[in-house]
Ligand binder design. Structure first.
Ligand SMILES: [Zn+2]
Length: 389
């Protein structure tokens, strides 16, 4: 409570200053008196720890004029930053009710009120506010962004895609990326009902709005693979690599299977060599080693991995090296020791998260298309560095 008093006292003082300034401007003695009574009543409530009553009186005491509207916004933002949403809401609602304000201020008040409703989880009311602002020059894009966040929270994918025209008009890359993910969500639902034609149509729409949607290509590849259309599946996996190299380790096995079904293993390893040359990733290294061993023998494979680990050491690569040593060892004791080291490394790696969010740093062993922490789409990718790729 004491903390609140310290917050509100400066606000009240600010109000006093504004009030005085307005009163001098207006030179209206009776108005000044009325305001003084409200102001001192507000201050009394504040001092007797009745903050909500104090806010009511102080809001009434200060008439919202062009030169005081900023003070109202500042006070509401202060409440919001302190997590006191009910108080921020009260101030913003007070501002929204002021019919005489210029259009830009009215829109700002509506936008801030929408944000309060959103933070409080009152999505229906937030949606209502943001929808009214869609045509606003200053708040249209931001409101559209909030609407998409609301639909993401409520999993209302159809409502999100109904705004596609407005999103395309903005040419905003993040919004287009979100829209593509909404189509991917709809496609995933259609996939559960084995509605393949609809799935492909939805995924093609996703790629229309965001040509770099790895997720759309990943889903397309699954369907093509399921229907033994391996050429198409391989093309999708290649697209994923070109769209986002960091995603590629997660599809490296499925891609190998598709090339194998086409009897095109050599072509696959050619591609993997290119991936390894360009990324030096441990998954690509391990795949490529199997090819070197099959073509040129164990000694060449060992030479290759030692050189690779010297250049770029990773625990995953080291674990594979131990595995190779075990397979080459003929002494029983040696094999047992190596097996113990390999198990220890495996246990260590199991404790480490496999994915990290490139936006907020959230770590997870499980993959999510939308980050559970910051809610950004397709930002959870395999960890890079010593303990990752
Ligand atoms: Zn995140």
């Amino acid at each position: 409570m004491l903390e609140l008093l310290f917050l509100l006292l400066p606000v009240a003082m600010g109000y006093g200053w504004f009030m005085g300034r307005n009163s001098v401007k207006q030179n209206d003695h009776s108005a000044k008196q009325a305001l003084s009574i409200k102001y001192s009543t507000g201050l009394n409530y504040l001092l007797s720890n009745q903050q909500d009553k104090a806010i009511d009186y102080l809001l009434e005491a200060l008439k919202v004029e062009d030169d005081t509207v900023e003070a109202h916004f500042a006070m509401a933002n202060l409440f919001r930053r302190r997590g006191e949403l009910d108080r921020a809401l009260k101030v913003h609602e007070h501002l929204v009710r002021q019919k005489h304000l210029p259009s830009k201020d009215k829109q700002q008040a509506a936008y801030e009120l929408g944000k309060d409703f959103f933070s409080a989880g009152l999505y229906d009311r937030a949606e209502n506010m943001f929808e009214k602002l869609l045509k606003s020059k200053h708040y249209g894009l931001k409101s559209l962004d909030y609407l998409m966040r609301i639909y993401q929270s409520t999993k209302d994918w159809s409502k999100g895609v109904s705004h596609k025209k407005a999103i395309v008009k903005t040419k905003d890359k993040k919004l287009l990326h979100n829209l593509a993910n909404f189509y991917c969500e709809l496609a995933t639902n259609a996939l559960e009902q084995d509605n393949f034609i609809e799935v492909i149509e939805l995924l093609e729409l996703a790629l229309t709005y965001d040509a770099n949607s790895c997720r759309a290509n990943w889903l397309l590849a699954q369907i093509y693979e399921k229907h033994q259309q391996y050429n198409e599946a391989c093309r999708c996996y290649q697209d994923i690599y070109h769209q986002d190299k960091e995603f590629f380790p997660d599809v490296i096995d499925q891609m190998q299977n598709c090339y194998h079904q086409l009897d095109a293993d050599d072509e696959y390893f050619q591609f993997i060599k290119k991936v390894y040359d360009e990324t030096a990733g441990s998954s690509a290294l391990i795949k490529y080693l199997s090819h070197i061993e099959a073509k040129f023998g164990k000694a060449k494979a060992k030479e290759f991995i030692l050189l690779a680990l010297k250049k770029r050491p990773t625990i995953k690569g080291f674990k594979h090296f131990i595995k190779m040593q075990m397979l080459n060892s003929t002494e029983k004791d040696n094999t047992e020791n190596l097996d113990m080291i390999k198990e220890l490394i495996a246990a260590y790696l199991n404790l480490k998260p496999r994915y990290s969010c490139r936006t907020c740093g959230f770590n997870s062993s499980k993959h999510y298309w939308a980050c559970p922490s910051c809610h950004d789409w397709e930002q959870l990718k395999p960890v890079r560095g010593l303990e990752g790729e």
